[in-house]
Structure formats: structure tokens, C-alpha cells
Design a protein around this ligand. Structure first.
Ligand code: SF4
Length: 395
């Protein structure tokens, strides 16, 4: 029997209304090299100076124009006098988990200043590579004595999708994040942990607060910044969607050298259960999501990830596992399943399944030939685990 959180009635909220971002004055952070060249042209400066700013703000993590010493003092002063600032989001508070995970509260400045959350997982996101791949080789580079790290970032402040098991949903949607605010979370976390892109191995997951495909333009603009200006590989990025079909259709058109990997937040074995725990399913049922996923041209050896939250008694029964196996097989997609035992939060009436239940579920799927992994919760004690992000300051 499904139980629905009372104050969160499971109603669909309008998803297509225009949601404002944080358009404000004069942040250099968030501009790509071409846009920076445009800013410099206004000052009568050559376009190659844009590369100096890119290097400073995206690769050296400089946060004050006055500190960009590759620019002349005169130019630095001119930019500041015009009202330009770097304007990168900054970490204002960090919560450390016993397992090494860190949850960062990140302040996004501007006229609609907000705080969002990102999560740093120093060992990657559990027993898999954390980027949706199955890289278990352990062949990564060391980051402060560790092999690799994964950063989970937010795409919106709050979320409108209203998944009934998710703490972020309780915030409702406050606003979209801009491309600079999304990429800025990544750079702020890289800066904090002294990560050098190219030397260290970083995976990125767009699985924090918000539904990336309901902020599609800013999400993909952030990906372009992260690939071109910061230097991260899209093949080490994974975006997770609750199944926004128009977003999936646009995603299918993205060039392969810019497209992150795709994870679908499935979470239920059939439409009936899914519609109860994910009201979005009433708008885009499983079959329509799968049809849209099929149109995404996969790279060689790439697999679609199905994320599946195990809710005690609701989605974790043996018959559910059999149904999920049939469903995934019928898609005909190269796929794998990530099982996530539900992470508890205040005011929910769900329960977390026992580890044995998750193991049985995994066995049932692997017996059907479907690669299936149990993702251990990371940072549960600091409210950093999946579905727990809610700007909880007093964790
Ligand atoms: S699980 Fe993701 S899509 Fe669903 S409400 Fe939470 S943040 Fe939004």
C-alpha cells in the first residue's frame, strides 16, 4: 500500500511555466571565451585576452578581478570600474560526513541570490565509477591520496517534479540556476579541494537539487562551459532525469562530444506505482520515456543507467524485481540498474529496506542478465545522500 506524504499531495504542478533565473549585472563567471572576447572588445582589447580570463577564472579558480595578474593593472581597473566582477558562487558552509563525503552550501550572488547544495564524494559515487560507467579498474589518479572523486551538483533551487520520496521536492521550485551558477558549483568545489583538472580524475553527476531537463538551456550551457572552459570530459558526466520527454528529445540532438551520459530515474516497476511516487509519470509514462531514450544515439560501449530507489514494501518486493527485469529487457537498450535504498528524511512515512532485501533485488536482476549495482548511501549523516538535499543547515 502506498503512503503519500500529506503536505505533498502528489499533485502535478505546472512544469511549463517560465521560471526566472538570476539574470543580473556583470558576472564574468558564466561567460564563455567568445562572450568574454565581446566584453574585452568593448574595452578595445584583443580577443586573446579572453583566454587569459578563461585560464584565471575557470582553471586557476581566481575569484577577484584584481588578482588576475596576467591582465594589465589598467585593464583590471577598467573592468572593475564598468561594474564587472567575477561573481563565482562560493561555498559558505561545509558539512563533513564520517564516510568522507562533504555537503557544501553554495551561495549564488546576484539580485536573486540563493543558496544551493553540492556534494563532494572523494571515492567516487560508490562501487562504480560514479559517472554512470562501470569502471571498476581503480586506475584513476590520486586526489589527496584517493583514486578519484565525484561531484554532485544542483540544476535548480528546489524542484517542481514532486517525487514523493525526495526532500528537495518539499522546497517546491524556487528558481532555475543559471549556467554560471551550475558550473560555478563545480568550480567552487574543485577549488576547495585543490583539484587540477587533467591531473586528477573527477566525475560529475547532475543529480543534486532540481530536474536538469526542466532547466535545459542553462544545464547544457553549463555543460559547454565545463567542457570547453573548465576542461572536464562529458564522458565523465552523467545527467539524471525523472523522464522529461521534451528534454530527452533535445538531448538526443546534442553532439556526442558534448553530451553527458544519461540516467533515468525509474524507481518503480510499472506505471501504476510510478505515478503514485512520481506524479510526473502521469504526464510522461514509462513507455514514452523509453521511446525518447531510444532516440539518443549512444557512444560505443555507452549504457543507459536506470536509477531505482528501493522503498520498503512499495518498490522492493521480489515481484517488482521480476517486473523491472522484464521492463529493462524489453527496452532493448544497453542498460544497467543502480539500486539505491531510500535515504530517510524528516516527515516521510516510507521505510528503508534491509540490506538483504536490496541484495535479493540485485540478484533477481543480475540473474536476468542485467548488470545491477547497489549504491551505498554516501553522507547520510549530513543529509548529503540521494534525495536528501534541502539546504538543511542544521543537519
Ligand atoms: S528526485 Fe529529483 S526530480 Fe524528483 S523531486 Fe527530487 S530533485 Fe526533483
Amino acid at each position: 500500500m502506498l503512503r503519500v506524504v500529506p503536505e505533498n499531495s502528489g499533485q502535478l504542478v505546472p512544469l511549463d511555466r517560465v521560471v526566472p533565473g538570476n539574470e543580473g549585472p556583470a558576472s564574468l563567471f558564466g561567460l564563455d571565451a567568445a562572450a568574454l572576447a565581446g566584453v574585452l572588445a568593448e574595452e578595445g582589447e584583443p580577443s586573446w585576452r579572453a583566454d587569459q580570463i578563461v585560464e584565471a577564472i575557470y582553471r586557476q579558480y581566481i575569484t577577484e578581478i584584481s588578482s588576475i595578474t596576467t591582465l594589465s593593472l589598467d585593464l583590471r581597473r577598467k573592468l572593475a570600474a564598468r561594474g564587472w566582477r567575477i561573481g563565482r558562487p562560493e561555498i559558505t558552509k561545509a558539512f563533513q560526513s564520517a564516510d568522507g563525503t562533504e555537503r557544501d552550501l553554495i551561495h549564488c550572488p546576484g539580485p536573486k541570490a540563493e543558496t544551493v547544495e553540492a556534494v563532494w564524494m572523494p571515492d567516487g559515487d560508490d562501487g562504480e565509477a560514479g559517472d554512470g560507467s562501470n569502471d571498476e579498474s581503480g586506475a584513476g589518479l590520486e586526489i589527496k591520496g584517493r583514486r578519484r572523486a565525484t561531484i554532485c551538483v544542483s540544476s535548480q533551487v528546489g524542484c517542481a517534479v514532486n517525487c514523493q520520496f525526495c526532500l528537495t521536492a518539499k522546497l517546491g521550485l524556487q528558481r532555475n540556476l543559471t549556467a554560471g551558477e551550475i558550473a560555478g558549483q563545480v568550480v567552487a568545489v574543485l577549488d576547495r579541494h585543490a583539484v587540477r583538472v587533467g591531473r586528477d580524475r573527477v566525475n560529475l553527476v547532475f543529480m543534486g537539487m532540481g530536474e536538469p531537463f526542466l532547466n535545459y538551456d542553462n544545464f547544457m550551457a553549463a555543460v559547454r562551459l565545463l567542457v570547453h572552459e573548465v576542461g572536464l570530459s562529458p564522458q565523465r558526466m552523467t545527467v539524471s532525469t525523472s523522464g522529461i520527454v521534451p528534454g530527452l528529445e533535445r538531448f538526443a540532438e546534442e553532439p556526442p562530444d558534448l553530451r553527458p551520459k544519461l540516467a533515468i530515474s525509474l524507481n518503480a516497476p510499472n506505471d501504476e506505482i510510478r505515478a503514485e511516487i512520481m506524479p510526473i509519470n502521469r504526464k510522461w509514462p514509462i513507455s514514452s520515456v523509453i521511446d525518447a531514450v531510444r532516440r539518443v544515439p549512444l557512444r560505443p560501449r555507452e549504457r543507459i543507467t536506470f536509477e531505482y530507489v528501493l522503498l520498503g514494501g512499495v518498490t522492493d518486493r521480489p515481484e517488482h524485481a521480476r517486473e523491472v527485469a522484464r521492463l529493462v529487457r524489453r527496452t532493448g537498450l544497453p542498460a544497467k540498474v543502480n539500486l539505491i535504498a531510500w535515504n530517510p528524511g524528516p516527515d516521510f512515512h516510507y521505510s528503508t529496506p534491509k540490506p538483504e532485501t536490496a541484495e535479493q533485488f540485485q540478484k533477481a536482476l543480475t540473474a536476468e542478465g542485467i548488470p545491477t549495482y547497489i549504491r551505498q548511501p554516501r553522507g547520510r549523516d549530513i543529509f548529503a545522500a540521494c534525495g536528501q538535499l534541502k539546504r538543511t543547515v542544521e543537519a
